[in-house]
Design a protein. Structure first.
Length: 139
């Protein structure tokens, strides 16, 4: 009887796990100012750097600082809205998209990282973006 319960428990656990049909697709890109990342029928455009108060390399700071960027969201090539995001702010839902598919803005990295002020001009900003698409397949 004990073995029968164990076999039944294993069978039920396997059946429960087999029903999970969530598919995750990740889109990564490095965008310069004005460039777009297309994912599905949607796009995100790196519009501007609003502020960059990150602690420069080689300097000891009390606060690490932050960078804030403006991005624009498009659906089927049509502007939907703009968002202002803090770089490194964690997962951010992109709520303009289809109801059966959800997207998250997982990561933003702004480069170049600040250096101690010099007379040299720094390289143009680039925004590293990671977007994940989560869709539930009903089979």
């Amino acid at each position: 009887m004990k073995y029968l319960l164990i076999i039944l428990l294993i069978f039920l656990t396997g059946e429960t796990l087999a029903q999970d049909t969530t598919e995750v697709k990740i889109h990564n890109s490095v965008l310069k100012l004005g460039e777009m990342l297309n994912f599905g029928d949607s796009s995100i455009k790196f519009k501007e750097v609003i502020s960059d108060s990150r602690c420069p390399i080689g300097v000891t700071c009390i606060w690490a600082g932050e960078a804030v960027v403006r991005v624009e969201l498009y659906k089927n090539g049509i502007f939907q809205k703009e968002k202002i995001e803090t770089v490194g702010g964690g997962k951010i839902p992109l709520d303009l998209l289809a109801e059966e598919i959800s997207y998250n803005l997982n990561g933003l990295i702004l480069l170049p990282y600040p250096k101690v002020e010099t007379t040299e001009k720094h390289d143009p900003y680039s925004l590293h973006i990671q977007i994940s698409k989560i869709s539930d397949s009903l089979n």
